[in-house]
Design a protein around this ligand. Structure first.
Ligand SMILES: Cc1ncc(COP(=O)(O)O)c(C=O)c1O
Length: 370
């Protein structure tokens, strides 16, 4: 037997692959009725009809390679964010960009700092790059932002070996956020040669007055990188488009390892059309907000602790009954995301569905909890 583990690079040995949750295709096949899939923070309202049409039209050119520069989408994003097109790097989802950041800027002997209960990809990116991951403890469970990022702890975890810090605002899986003012103070205290990556995958959903995007800080902080995605509020998860905004020089270095055609033609076209359809985005975000607040209230009324969320999901605490409740819901065709991989075995992450989805979830939950 070949020992492939021994052949792998040191950072890859012993690494656990990203856990995408349940095998939904297998569950769908086995289910008697359509499942209610609330495990992956997808957008139940679907993409802009204009984005769908753009993707379909783009298929006519499926025999030629996509634009390797993604020029049209980059220019549209640059206009949207008030930056230069050279400050935009496109990725096959923001997952790719997050992995590439560690690949390019961290290696053996370097440290990467991330938060306890931060998005799982940061740890994966650091370890795959061969760097050492330092996890800063999260805020306590009884904090106003339960298990959210503790910016002081993140700052304290930075050492002379630190190359990269990953934060998410708002964070997955906690749904929590930190204020713009707190982040500015944090950034001012980080050494200038440490790259700070702020993952704003859920930014379009946010309406908390104290939240602020890190994008305007790019002009003053060349060590800042902001990542965004079309997978969440723009509802294009299946097409895989994400991007980073950063200093042109930083992105020019990252370009060296980018697969030339990493974003395909329908995805480029759909993302550009989706960005332009602000009415659709706003309707989707407003519907999510109303349902998120209603679902959080309904769960709390049932005695379930729910963290405040500025996203399209809720982190809900079910305590010792968590595994039983998750399995009971699954038996009723309702799929939530178990959180054991995050060290949150007493919680389930629930994507906020439509009003009908949430009614079905609550009815199933009442049966299981009875
Ligand atoms: C915080 C966060 N960042 C990044 C991603 C990756 O998204 P994508 O690769 O679809 O852009 C996700 C997906 O769930 C996420 O929750």
């Amino acid at each position: 037997m070949m020992d492939f583990e021994a052949l792998a690079q040191p950072g890859i040995r012993g690494l656990r692959a990203y856990d995408p949750g349940h095998d939904l295709v297998a569950l769908r096949r086995a289910a008697a009725a359509p499942l209610l899939e609330l495990g992956s923070n997808e957008n139940p309202y679907g993409p802009s009809p204009r984005a769908r049409l753009a993707a379909i039209d783009a298929l006519a050119a499926a025999h030629v390679y996509p634009d390797p520069l993604g020029g049209d989408l980059k220019r549209a994003l640059a206009r949207h964010h008030g930056v230069e097109a050279a400050q935009v790097l496109l990725g096959n989802g923001s997952h790719e960009v997050l992995m590439q950041l560690a690949q390019v800027f961290a290696g053996a002997g370097d440290e990467v700092v991330a938060a306890q209960y931060g998005f799982a990809v940061y740890a994966l990116a650091a370890q795959a790059a061969g760097a050492t991951l330092r996890l800063a403890p999260a805020l306590p469970r009884d904090h106003a932002m339960p298990r959210g990022h503790d910016l002081d702890a993140l700052r304290a975890a930075i050492t002379p070996r630190t190359r990269l810090v990953y934060l998410a605002n708002p964070n997955n899986p906690t749904g929590t956020w930190y204020s713009g003012a707190a982040f500015e103070a944090f950034l001012a205290a980080v050494p200038a040669d440490v790259l700070v990556v702020v993952d704003e995958a859920y930014a379009e959903y946010v309406d908390a007055p104290d939240w602020a995007s890190a994008v305007p800080l790019l002009a003053r902080h060349p060590n800042l990188v902001v990542t965004r995605t079309f997978s969440k509020a723009f509802a294009l998860a299946g097409l895989r488009v994400g991007y980073a905004l950063a200093h042109p020089g930083l992105l020019a270095v990252m370009e060296r390892v980018r697969e030339s055609f990493n974003v395909n033609t329908p995805a480029l076209a759909a993302a550009e059309a989706a960005l332009d359809d602000t009415g659709h985005l706003q309707a989707s975000v407003a519907a999510n907000r109303a349902q998120r607040e209603a679902l959080a209230a309904a769960l709390r009324a049932r005695g379930v602790a729910v963290a405040p969320s500025q996203t399209n999901f809720l982190l809900a605490e079910f305590g010792e009954a968590t595994a039983r409740i998750e399995a009971g819901l699954r038996a009723r065709g309702v799929i939530l995301r178990p959180m054991g991989g995050y060290g949150l075995g007493d919680c389930l992450r629930i994507t906020v569905g439509t009003a009908d989805d949430n009614a079905r979830l609550l009815a199933a939950l009442d049966e299981v909890m009875a």
